[in-house]
Design a protein around this ligand. Structure first.
Ligand SMILES: Cc1ncc(COP(=O)(O)O)c(C=O)c1O
Length: 368
């Protein structure tokens, strides 16, 4: 099957390791290996020191799956399957969908959430934010019918940072359960909720027919581990995923599994640090937006996650604008074109320590 190139990933591939400022990253700054190991308890350090680098359990290390299960209310070790997040997206679509199926997906969205379904030959319906930047559940309800095979949601949302209230989430579940539709919930930014009182449970804990995806890249700032997992009560799906993985990575990196376990068992030492940075960067950006009301015409402050999506008042497309910006200043910003969502938004990433420095350079460039 020939897949369309992944626009956002190709754009990052072009710039990520050769520019001075990444102003649109969705991952938070990566923690150091020393920091992760400094969080380890005695038993975890023993596992690390005695680790041999052979093949690993293809489902994921049993202790790792136990550490993962502790982050859910209704999920046990055997309801979890460890694999890379991209692999998980691909497997779920391949196993759950067939040509002609109707699928509802949020838009804008991380491309693999809709592209694989499109390639399979599904009919896509897009749930988009309203004029106030809200993903209105009434709009979702209009898109879902008896024929809908899968609803794909992503909260906290990349790129807008939208996060539903508990009431909205209950209504989303009601829409799905009315037609007994499967929900795929990409929760890569789970627990990165700026006001902790708003934190929702994972969808796999709230709806039996849900598949939840989470991993280390975003909430934890450990993208280099390349570890994610699926949590679901759908044991049949997990079994089929296991069979598919034998043709892909077979199993996970032994070292990454132990480091993931350490981070999960000490999650506040990662998530809280990232949240602090995001909250402080939001304030810095709000002041930047206040200073430039002619440029930034639409900015709904993100409620969760590490990104926001802003509308620029410019005479050229955002693709042209961001290309000039990166060439003349070394600031890389992701334009709306990478999300196939018009040509007037850019994504801002709030998880990087050098956001203020990058904004300063952008500001000087505009003055020039
Ligand atoms: C919504 C969403 N899902 C999945 C992924 C993939 O995660 P990873 O980079 O850990 O493979 C990303 C990465 O940006 C994402 O934003």
């Amino acid at each position: 099957m020939e897949l369309e190139p992944f626009k956002l990933e190709r754009y990052f591939a072009k710039y990520e390791f050769n520019v001075r400022y990444l102003l649109s990253s969705s991952d938070c700054d990566g923690f150091s290996m020393n920091y992760v190991l400094s969080c380890a308890e005695h038993g975890e350090m023993e596992l690390w020191n005695n680790l041999t680098l052979g093949y690993t359990d293809s489902l994921g290390h049993p202790l790792l799956r136990e550490a993962i299960a502790k982050h859910y209310n209704t999920i046990g070790r055997d309801d979890v399957f460890v694999l890379s997040p991209g692999e998980a997206n691909y497997f779920i679509m391949q196993l759950c969908l067939q040509k002609g199926d109707e699928v509802v997906c949020m838009r804008p969205a991380y491309q693999s959430l809709y592209q694989i379904a499109k390639n399979i030959g599904c009919r896509l319906h897009y749930w988009e934010p309203d004029a106030n930047g809200i993903f209105n559940v009434d709009d979702l309800a209009k898109l879902v019918s008896q024929k809908t095979r899968l609803i794909i949601v992503n909260f906290p949302h990349n790129p807008t940072g939208y996060y539903p209230t508990k009431g909205e989430l209950d209504r989303i579940i009601a829409v799905a359960s009315k037609h007994n539709t499967m929900l795929f919930s990409d929760e890569m930014y789970h627990k990165l909720v700026h006001n902790p009182v708003n934190l929702n449970d994972s969808l796999c804990d709230l709806y039996d027919n849900a598949i939840s995806l989470w991993g280390m890249a975003k909430s934890f700032g450990l993208a280099g581990l390349r570890i994610g997992w699926v949590a679901t009560h759908n044991r049949e799906l997990l079994h089929k995923m296991k069979l598919l993985k034998d043709y892909f990575t077979i199993c996970n990196s032994a070292a990454s599994e132990i480091l993931t376990m350490i981070a999960l068992n000490n999650s506040e030492r990662f998530i809280e640090v990232n949240l602090e940075k995001i909250r402080s960067n939001k304030l810095i950006f709000a002041s930047f937006a206040d200073r430039h009301p002619d440029l930034i015409v639409d900015y709904n402050e993100p409620m969760a996650g590490s990104t926001g999506f802003i509308k620029l008042n410019i005479e050229i497309s955002t693709l042209n604008y961001t290309q000039r910006l990166v060439e003349e200043t070394g600031i890389m910003m992701v334009p709306a074109e990478m999300f196939e969502y018009g040509n007037s938004h850019v994504r801002i990433g709030f998880g990087r320590a050098n956001l203020q420095a990058a904004l300063q350079v952008w500001e000087n460039w505009m003055k020039r």
